[in-house]
Design a protein around this ligand. Structure first.
Ligand code: ZN
Length: 240
């Protein structure tokens, strides 16, 4: 079985479609979503309906929570808040209910899935280095856990100590715990504009980071046509 792990789609339909097409070409037959389906970009409903139709396991992201709630967004970064206010207006009650009912943590096959971290999933901690990853590992009871949230693909491993592995492909070793960020489909922030997802071949324990080109110009055009902040269109081409 080969599983595609994808998340932080952020309402970027062109990127989502390109990733799903590539995953089929890579031989993936199963899918797991890290959350943050909506927010920032201009196709929240289409992306939500696509993921919902797939019927795959999905965990809740902070933007899914914020878009499906009615609480104030004033403590948030103003650009993200503007996009979320706009997103709230696009979603119908059924979309909000679906997002609201997503679970924070899921166990799939032999691994765990969470949007941010297992120690405090609701606190939405960002894991940007091995020290941040340590608290997660204390609460990780499977050898393998996938997450998202920072929009940067990263592989952390713990044997006697925690380290970051800089590679696009790894073969999981027995007895070692892995905490792996699947990067972002719809708004990568590692300087590479291409959509990012991971594939996990269960039989061979092989994990690969994939990058996929998509129709960026259309996504940017839709952001402008929707009246969303221009910076959201610009950051996509920079991968920031
Ligand atoms: Zn996100």
């Amino acid at each position: 079985m080969r599983i595609a792990l994808f998340g932080d789609i952020h309402a970027n339909l062109e990127a989502l479609e390109a990733v799903l097409k590539d995953a089929v070409e890579q031989g993936c037959t199963d899918y797991v979503c890290m959350g943050d389906i909506v927010g920032y970009n201009a196709n929240p409903v289409a992306c939500l309906e696509k993921v919902r139709e797939m019927g795959c396991p999905v965990v809740k992201g902070n933007h899914d929570e914020d878009a499906s709630g009615e609480h104030s967004l004033e403590n948030m970064n103003p650009v993200a808040a503007t996009a979320l206010e706009w997103t709230r207006k696009q979603l119908k009650p059924e979309h909000r209910d679906w997002l609201r009912n997503l679970r924070m943590v899921r166990q799939v096959e032999n691994f765990t899935v969470v949007h941010s971290t297992l120690d405090q999933p609701q606190a939405w901690h960002y894991v940007t280095n091995k020290f941040d990853a340590m608290s997660n590992f204390s609460y990780q009871f499977t050898n393998l856990c996938f997450h998202g949230h920072t929009h940067v693909p990263r592989i952390f491993a713990r044997d006697s100590r925690v380290s970051e592995i800089e590679a696009d492909t790894i073969v999981l070793e027995p007895g070692i715990k892995y905490f792996i960020n699947t990067g972002s489909v719809g708004q990568p922030r590692d300087g590479d504009w291409r959509a990012c997802y991971l594939s996990y071949d269960v039989a061979s324990s092989l994990i690969r980071i994939h990058r996929v080109e998509y129709d960026l110009a259309s996504t940017q055009e839709k952001i402008r046509a929707a009246g969303l902040p221009e910076s959201l269109a610009e950051r996509l081409s920079q991968g920031r």
